[in-house]
Write a protein that binds this ligand. Structure first.
Ligand code: PLP
Length: 394
């Protein structure tokens, strides 16, 4: 009889968003006229910028033209996009070769697929609270997981320690859900730690575009030593509103070796075996993000979300509520007032202010006592949420 991957049975059911939906539905059934403010959702709401839309249209026309039609593209990404991404890094002072950039269908896909590079016996450290996919992808692969909790005391930016070692190290900065961002020195300590112990850092930079403070690193590749210990996984989902369009990219430096094997070479072998790449049309749309016009327009959309963050931060500041994030990230990680639990505060906000947040307990046990607000909503709802927060907590 065929044996299934029994590790699926070890996955904890992801009740978080189901529970939220159930509670919201029940509330709405009882209060049909209530205007709910959904501040929990991690999806963007603004449309793609004009430069991207025009590039997508042009690419569709290419596919209708006998001369310009594109069939299969290279599995690791179209040269025009790989070079545009490499040049984008270069403009920030990070020198990358085109073949160190891999185009993907998004960070989620890559975060799961990249584990093919490592033996199932390797262990994975997850700095928590964390994006749930890090843990689940490793449970499915049967890996031992080392949970590294963080807290208000360390600003939700944990330091490496000899007591918590692992082969793979997941770091996400700016962080989902906490919005915390590693400083250059803090990230350098992780790079040094990984090089000293022969670990590989999987650096999730999905929210790098939200960084405004020039002192903060956008990419782990900015740091000395990262080329021998880190893989960077990034996405246009939040940068450029590609959540439904789908495009990401992964940087695997040629210097990154594992027991004498080149992880870059291995990933080429993996991609050429397991995928035929990302659609031509979407890659052309993504290329437009990296043009000067695309960058200007994308920044315009990000500015809208950042203003939402400021609206919420002003209200929380006035109520004296502790939070982190919001400044260089699209999430605010709010401490539940009066020692309330995550779900207790969720219910209070829903019942008393008709605001829907995301309970922090859904991102790991150390998320208990916190709640995540997203700034991806529309301005009017965000302003109304700020007003209601002030009335409730002020
Ligand atoms: N990484 C983090 C930290 C995220 O929050 C998300 C999506 O919310 C992703 C990765 C997934 O991004 P993508 O849409 O590129 O799959």
């Amino acid at each position: 009889m065929i044996t299934p991957n029994r590790h699926y049975a070890e996955l904890k059911d992801s009740y978080l968003f189901t529970h939220i939906a159930e509670r919201v539905e029940a509330y709405q059934a009882e209060h049909p006229g209530a205007h709910l403010l959904r501040m929990g959702i991690g999806d963007v709401t603004l449309p793609l910028c004009d430069a991207v839309i025009e590039a997508l249209h042009r690419a569709v026309d290419d596919q209708a033209s006998k001369e310009r039609f594109q069939g299969y593209l290279p599995e690791c990404g179209a040269p025009f996009l790989r070079s545009a991404i490499a040049e984008h890094y270069c403009s920030r002072g990070v020198s990358l070769a085109e073949d160190e950039v891999f185009v993907s269908s998004g960070a989620s896909d890559e975060l799961g697929d990249i584990l093919d590079l490592f033996d199932a016996s390797s262990s994975a450290l997850v700095s928590e609270p964390a994006y749930p996919a890090y843990v689940d992808a490793n449970v499915i692969a049967g890996r031992r997981i080392v949970h590294l909790p963080s807290s208000r005391a360390d600003g939700f930016l944990p330091e490496p320690s000899d007591e918590v070692r692992a082969d793979l190290i997941y770091l996400c900065s700016p962080n989902n859900p906490t919005g915390a961002v590693f400083s250059r020195d803090q990230l350098q300590r992780w790079v040094d730690f990984a090089n000293d112990h022969g670990s590989v850092i999987l650096f999730d930079a999905a929210y790098e575009a939200f960084i405004e403070d020039p002192a903060l690193p956008h990419s782990i590749m900015e740091l000395p030593g990262a080329r021998t210990c880190a893989i960077e996984i990034c996405s246009l989902s939040k940068t450029a509103g590609f959540t439904g369009t789908r495009l990401g990219y992964t940087v695997i430096p040629r210097d990154l070796m594992c027991a004498g094997m080149s992880l870059n070479d291995m990933w080429v072998r993996n991609r050429t075996t397991k995928t035929n790449g990302v659609s031509y049309v979407i890659q052309r749309g993504a290329e437009a993000v990296f043009t000067p016009e695309g960058q200007r327009q994308v920044q315009g959309n990000l500015a809208y979300y950042k203003e939402n963050a400021r609206v919420l931060m002003r209200a929380l500041d006035q109520t004296g509520t502790w939070y982190c994030g919001g400044r260089n990230a699209p999430y605010l990680w709010v401490q539940c007032p009066g020692g309330m639990g995550s779900w207790e505060f969720f219910d209070l906000l829903l019942n008393e202010a008709q605001i829907v947040g995301t309970p922090g307990a859904g991102f790991g046990t150390c998320g208990e006592g916190y709640l995540r607000f997203s700034t991806f909503g529309n301005r009017a709802d965000t302003q109304e949420a700020a007003r209601r927060l002030l009335a409730l907590l002020g």
